[in-house]
Design a protein around this ligand. Structure first.
Ligand SMILES: [Zn+2]
Length: 292
């Protein structure tokens, strides 16, 4: 994704990595016709016509949003040196912080860290290892965590992979006094007009959020994991394997597209590969994505 200026918003993507998942595992029920329809406006090296052979390429990235002089990091990927029970994210050593620097951000420059939800691939760089202790990576930042997800994940009753992430990437920020718990309809920042606010999008996780930013005729929607792959614009109705509540996640996908299709709002999904950002358009009985 290239850096974008939307009205008075500036948005960059900082990628940590990319992973393909088997389509048949992640999103069972996609047909050959769906895949052919998708290829009219989307292609990647793992996409096939045959649902048994097709893969879903997922990017892992953060967004850096600049609004009214604030620098905001949205979702913080997997992080380095984290012990994880999933092999492909265990003990990563990526150059994420160098990539962040290339986007013009030193760790000291981040004013606010926001997580759309508290899954492992959205909280990892909240902390870094310092002499054997997990400390906040961004020393000057307020970290904003949704209260509903915080209360759910602090119970430690969910998958091991996310329990591990809570312990090393959420709890140390709370203990360092850098975290604020926010409600799922909170207004985070507002000087004049619209600013930065949340929309509840529960389903993928119990407290899943969309983050809206609007200033100077630019409207960005950081939709987190409401969508993982563009095929979900054609088949929003199918359960995605990582959604906590399939029915709620399906309803959120449909609601977002019905509300924002054919408007100026630009989506910034947390896992779309390639150009990532785009607008949603109605397309017959489904929707399509117009990449910026
Ligand atoms: Zn995710």
């Amino acid at each position: 994704m290239k850096d974008l200026q939307l009205g008075a918003l500036q948005i960059s993507r900082v990628q940590e990595g990319e992973n393909p998942l088997p389509l048949s595992m992640a999103l069972n029920g996609v047909t050959r016709q769906d895949l052919i329809r998708l290829q009219r406006w989307y292609r990647d090296p793992f996409l096939r016509d045959d649902p048994v052979e097709a893969g879903l390429l997922l990017s892992i990235h953060s967004f850096v949003l600049r609004i009214d002089g604030l620098t905001i990091l949205i979702d913080s990927c997997n992080g380095n040196h984290k012990q994880r029970s999933l092999a492909f994210v265990h003990m990563l050593e990526t150059d994420y912080l160098a990539r962040l620097a290339r986007a013009g951000c030193h760790v000291n420059d981040i004013d606010i860290v926001m997580c759309t939800h508290l899954h492992a691939d959205h909280v990892g760089w909240n902390t870094r290892l310092d002499n054997g202790r997990w400390v906040p990576t961004f020393p000057n930042a307020r970290y904003l965590f949704g209260r509903v997800d915080y209360e759910f994940f602090s119970q430690q009753t969910h998958e091991e992979f996310h329990r591990e992430a809570y312990q090393d990437s959420v709890l140390p920020v709370i203990e360092a006094g850098r975290a604020e718990l926010i409600e799922n309809d909170a207004i985070v920042h507002r000087e004049i007009g619209d600013g930065l606010w949340l929309e509840s999008a529960a389903g993928h996780s119990p407290g899943n959020l969309c983050i809206h930013a609007e200033r100077g005729r630019g409207h960005a929607i950081f939709s987190g994991d409401c969508f993982h792959h563009p095929i979900q614009l054609i088949r929003p109705d199918l359960p995605f394997f990582a959604d906590a509540s399939s029915a709620d996640a399906v309803a959120v996908r449909k609601r977002l597209m019905e509300t924002y299709a054919d408007t100026s709002a630009v989506f910034f999904p947390a896992h779309f590969a390639g150009a990532t950002a785009g607008r949603v358009f109605r397309d017959g009985d489904a929707f399509r994505y117009g990449y910026l």
